[in-house]
Design a protein around this ligand. Structure first.
Ligand code: FAD
Length: 115
């Protein structure tokens, strides 16, 4: 059975970890990223925002398309609980892409972290 890797967070640490694990293991694992942020923020450049030298769109980008291009599942939600013993995380349901009523039970399970 394919191993599952769950990465929490999608900024420097999370984005790099997810892409590296996926690449190093040659796609032999299912990588899922769970993050409340849909956009990567190049935080070293945040200093320029208050001075008007950069706009938000100059120093951020949507992470979804990057993950999708690498076959990585992205769930837009925050982890609210981590159960290290059972190797599971629980996330907020409101982060699901559309109301659970619109999704099949299987899709809801797939989308809820660890499912
Ligand atoms: C691999 C790597 C490369 C780096 N490269 C650079 C560089 O080129 N230049 C530079 O200046 N610095 C670089 N840094 C340093 C970086 O700017 C800092 O280490 C940064 O502030 C920390 O990044 P982070 O992704 O660990 O945390 P953050 O930037 O704080 O990101 C945390 C992420 O976790 C998410 N999160 C928060 N709460 C939850 C939750 N409950 N559940 C799930 N997700 C949650 C957030 O939405 C966010 O996506 C690098 C760091 C790393 C690890």
């Amino acid at each position: 059975m394919r191993k599952k890797v769950l990465v929490l967070g999608s900024n420097f640490g999370g984005l790099t970890a997810a892409l590296a694990v996926n690449q190093e293991l040659h796609g032999d694992v299912n990588v899922r990223v769970l993050s409340p942020s849909e956009r990567f923020v190049f935080n070293p450049s945040l200093i320029w925002l208050p001075f008007g030298n950069r706009k938000a769109e100059d120093i951020t980008f949507e992470v979804g398309p990057t993950f999708e291009a690498h076959g990585i599942d992205f769930v837009h939600s925050a982890a609210v609980e981590i159960d290290a013993d059972r190797k599971r995380a629980r996330c907020r349901r409101e982060g699901l892409p559309s109301g659970p009523a619109d999704l099949s039970k299987r899709e809801v399970r797939r989308r809820v972290c660890g499912g």
